[in-house]
Design a protein around this ligand. Structure first.
Ligand SMILES: [Zn+2]
Length: 350
């Protein structure tokens, strides 16, 4: 009996060892945390409406209580209904979307992100700055207490008169690992996106840093009049102008996933990030481009990492999951040099 027991426990120990060795160290390539002053600065006109002045103070505490239910439902709707009709419906609710986004930012900070990472096996997260909502300098300071767990992508808003001068110190001191462009939050418009970003994208390219760009419509467009600034066609010129720079298209285009895949097929320096996409679209992207061109991202706190991991895991084989959720991120961030290089897959596969 004793012998049987010790043999069994040896098997269990070895299974645990193998499991730990095989465990994928997930890199989440899309997260945010709040800057302390950001909420007061973002979309000032939109927050002057009657809705924000009188309804939000009542609804926000209720939404805090119902978050566990309504957030899952909203995310389910968002990833499964992104056609023209759904988008039209969402655009009628711009104020509610903005309220919910700001509420999530205020409620889910760095401590909760670390708790989530530890629980889900996320070894490293990329935190994107979204100036003026979240400040690059503030994020760098916030993560200093957790060496090795985070990489920061800096950003600069359209109102900044000297974007290169603004970003240079962060790049030269190696405090940031890349640059994030969120046209909507940063105040860029489709017609000036190329001219307003080309100098600091050149700077990123010179320093071999990746540039992540938001793609996909969000209902806030109806509040700010910046329609089309997140379209693939608006960002294509900047992608084409810098063939030596790695571009990451966040949200894999969301409703424009076909255009995102197409642009990535034409430009081997483009990678697609999976947040807000269901398993079936992640599968399509991997089939079209190969797993080496796809990056796992959650968009925490707007999207819960456990849901994002579930979608990507169910779309991929164990080997593909390791490449998408770990190796690609590590390679881009310089955390390891063992990951395979991206390859260009024939367009016929799409
Ligand atoms: Zn995001």
């Amino acid at each position: 009996m004793l012998c049987k027991y010790s043999a069994w426990s040896t098997v269990v120990v070895w299974a645990q060892v193998i499991f730990v060795i095989k465990k994928v160290e997930i890199v989440d390539f899309h997260t945010h945390i709040m800057s302390l002053a950001g909420v007061e600065e973002i979309f000032p006109e939109a927050r002057q409406t009657m809705f924000f002045k009188h309804v939000v103070p009542i609804v926000e505490p209720i939404a805090d209580l119902t978050e566990g239910i309504h957030d899952q439902l909203l995310r389910h709707i968002a990833i499964n209904f992104n056609n023209d009709i759904s988008r039209f419906v969402y655009s009628r609710f711009g104020g509610i979307f903005l309220m919910e986004a700001l509420r999530l930012f205020k409620r889910h900070g760095l401590e909760r992100l670390i708790h989530n990472m530890d629980k889900l096996g996320v070894a490293h997260s990329v935190i994107y700055s979204l100036e003026p909502l979240t400040k690059t300098k503030d994020l760098i300071e916030q993560v200093q207490a957790y060496p090795g767990r985070f990489s920061i992508f800096g950003s600069v808003c359209r109102a900044e008169p000297d974007p290169v001068g603004y970003l240079s110190p962060f790049i030269e001191s190696k405090a940031i690992k890349g640059i994030k462009i969120h046209p909507m939050v940063g105040g860029y418009h489709a017609d000036d996106l190329f001219d307003a970003t080309k100098d600091f994208v050149a700077l990123a390219s010179e320093h071999n840093l990746p540039v992540a760009i938001h793609t996909g419509h969000i209902p806030i467009e109806s509040l700010t009049g910046q329609a089309a600034c997140s379209k693939i066609s608006a960002i294509e010129p900047i992608i084409k102008a810098f063939p030596d720079c790695t571009f990451i298209l966040n949200h894999l285009g969301w409703e424009s996933w076909r255009a995102a895949i197409e642009v990535a097929q034409k430009n081997p320096h483009v990678m697609l990030e999976t947040s807000w996409q269901p398993a079936r679209i992640v599968r399509r992207a991997v089939d079209a481009l190969g797993p080496e061109r796809i990056l796992f991202g959650s968009d925490y706190p707007m999207f819960q990492p456990w849901q994002a991991i579930r979608e990507v895991k169910s779309a991929l084989s164990a080997k593909e999951f390791e490449i998408v959720a770990s190796k690609n991120g590590k390679r881009l961030l310089g955390l390891t040099d063992t990951a395979p290089a991206p390859r260009v897959v024939s367009e016929k596969r799409s």
